[in-house]
Design a protein around this ligand. Structure first.
Ligand code: TEU
Ligand code: CA
Length: 577
């Protein structure tokens, strides 16, 4: 069945974490003029859309994911005029801009919350979620309504002594959750979305959008009851009214503009995925699922994602294949290895040694861009940027790192040295070290002192070096993006995991291979994507599709057929007449 593809399925998206992208004024913090300066770089890479992590006014408890004014620009990032200039420059280069929409929660410094906490009668009180204590301990300490653990603090419940109630915050105490059950809140959100769309922005990435509807019973988190867990956020995932809210948002706002949307959705199955992204559902276009990000989570669930053991390729293939197959023809995937919350892909799924970094980074790009769905690139991924190891905990900035250190080392679940290893493998600051532009001072990111230490490998890994080397990861990514623009099958082809003569796919822990069968106008075409995830030389023989074969992409200079060299990845096109 040939489902016609839509315009919004075609683009490649590039995520910018503004704080770490490019500093234009030497204060050590990336900013909007810094991004504008680099539009030619992004145009050269060929990306169609930029997703900007939050740039709104914020006290930066969670680097902008705590917004105190949705219609103003963060002081450190510049002015609204700087934003307009960025939007205009990007549009002139043919690049769209998606904003980060963080509306599960605000900052506690948002005027709504300042009002809300001032008295129970304040008209803004009901913008947030307030609960009476479950009781009081003997010494008069209020007991929280349930046992949920916040992502960035011990409990999701924070006591407000002035009005003697708890407020809910799934993340830090400075990120109170909005009360989506209140229709006035929903209208406020729709209004601020219109404000940005009317300015000309092209879409939204919606932060934890599947957490906005809470089960009013607030049942205890069984994981916490069993003695551990670093957060309870998935207790709020896919709540009773979430689809009603998203359908309303779509009806009220999104359907009136030509937008690109992607929802961030921890704790979703493919069945949930179809409800959020189904073509017939009128909710979101795509979503970021987390299952493949959990592929290397700690086998001890109490430790959550903190781990430094390598993933098993068979698990990764099983998860990605499930998403590819279950959404096929009905919904749309957003494919990513990386974002501002995740360690660097080449260190995690590839090999960041001097010998294999470049070839394995290209391999990962090939596997991801070959799949069905929208490819997302995170800043520095196109350079093969790597994880960092700080020996001093104080050098890390991320509030999650510090909170989870306190939770896990504090409780004795993990010792200090182990936790530092885990942080280096799994921590969010791996993604947030400044972008590496040159081999010069401060990697060309700033003329001052960067807000977060640089990754010392910038002398070897940087944009200047990549642009000067036609065999760099950068040009491989550019070529993959061009392939998508030139070959509609990259967008409209179906996906099928395939066995080799040597091993069934589900048992092969070394090679990932799949087919894309063209549909509609590309029915006469098939793609074969093959990738060696190891540093060994392997043999894999595949039944070739019919037609004339062309090698569309490779990370080696020649083709050795069934012999796969370390981290070799290639895409063949087969065409019938
Ligand atoms: O992330 C939500 C989320 O699920 C993360 O907390 C995730 O669990 C964690 O980072 C993985 O270790 C979004 C944003 O992407 C993140 O940067 C914010 O901190 C968070 O929401 C709160 O807004
Ligand atoms: Ca700056």
């Amino acid at each position: 069945m040939a489902v016609e593809t839509q315009w919004w399925q075609e683009p490649v998206v590039y995520q910018i974490y503004p704080r770490s992208f490019n500093d234009s004024n030497g204060d050590g913090i990336g900013d909007l003029p810094g991004i504008t300066e680099k539009i030619p770089y992004l145009a050269k890479l060929g990306v169609d859309v930029i997703w900007l992590s939050p740039i709104y006014k914020s006290p930066n408890d969670d680097n902008g994911y705590d917004i105190s004014d949705y219609r103003a620009i963060m002081d450190e990032f510049g002015t609204m005029a700087d934003f307009d200039k960025l939007l205009e420059t990007a549009h002139a280069a043919g690049i769209k801009i998606m904003m980060d929409l963080v509306v599960n929660h605000t900052s506690d410094e948002h005027d709504w919350f300042v009002q809300a906490k001032s008295s129970r009668e304040n008209p803004y009180r009901d913008y947030y979620i307030w609960k009476d204590p479950a009781g009081f301990t003997e010494d008069g300490t209020p007991i929280p309504p349930n046992n949920w653990v916040a992502a960035f603090s011990p409990s999701v419940w924070e006591w407000e002594p002035a009005t003697e109630q708890f407020y809910l915050h799934l993340f830090s105490t400075k990120q109170p959750d909005l009360n989506w059950e209140n229709p006035v809140v929903r209208n406020e959100v729709y209004d601020l979305m219109r404000f940005w769309l009317d300015k000309g922005v092209d879409g939204f990435r919606m932060d934890v959008i599947n957490l906005i509807s809470k089960d009013p019973a607030y049942p205890d988190d069984p994981q916490v009851a069993a003695g551990g867990g670093t957060d309870s956020i998935t207790m709020a995932a896919n709540g009773p009214r979430v689809h009603e809210y998203l359908a309303e948002m779509n009806r009220e706002v999104l359907s009136h503009y030509p937008v690109i949307t992607v929802g961030e959705a921890p704790g979703v199955t493919t069945a949930d995925g179809l409800l959020y992204t189904g073509f017939d559902r009128g909710e979101l276009q795509t979503l970021f699922q987390f299952e493949h990000m959990d592929v290397d989570a700690n086998p001890n669930p109490a430790l959550g994602k903190w781990n430094d053991e390598r993933f098993d390729l068979r698990d990764l293939k099983r998860i990605l294949t499930k998403w590819q197959v279950d959404l096929a023809g009905k919904g749309w995937n957003a494919n990513y290895w990386n974002n501002h919350d995740q360690p660097r892909a080449v260190s995690r799924f590839g090999n960041d040694s001097a010998e294999y970094r470049v070839v394995s980074a290209k391999m990962l790009g090939t596997v991801l861009h070959g799949m069905a769905g929208t490819p997302y690139i995170y800043q520095g991924e196109e350079l093969g940027m790597t994880n960092v190891f700080f020996t001093d905990l104080a050098d890390y900035n991320d509030l999650e790192i510090h909170d989870h250190y306190a939770k896990l080392v504090g409780s004795g679940a993990v010792d200090h040295d182990t936790m530092l290893r885990y942080i280096s493998a799994s921590g969010r600051d791996n993604a947030r070290t400044p972008m590496q532009w040159t081999a010069g001072e401060q990697a060309g990111f700033t003329s001052g002192t960067p807000w977060l230490k640089l990754n010392p490998r910038y002398t070897e890994i940087n944009a200047e070096a990549a642009l000067a080397d036609e065999r760099s990861v950068f040009y491989h990514y550019r070529d993959l993006i061009n392939l998508r623009h030139a070959h509609p099958i990259m967008v409209n082809g179906t996906y099928e995991l395939i066995d080799s003569a040597e091993a069934p796919a589900t048992e092969d822990a070394e090679v990932y291979a799949y087919l894309r069968q063209g549909t509609g106008p590309t029915e006469h075409q098939t793609l074969l994507v093959v990738a060696n995830f190891t540093d060994g030389v392997l043999t894999r023989t595949f039944t070739e599709p019919h037609g004339t074969r062309t090698l569309l992409s490779s990370n080696y200079t020649d083709d050795a057929g069934a012999t796969l060299r370390p981290y070799e990845a290639k895409i063949y096109l087969y065409e019938r007449d």
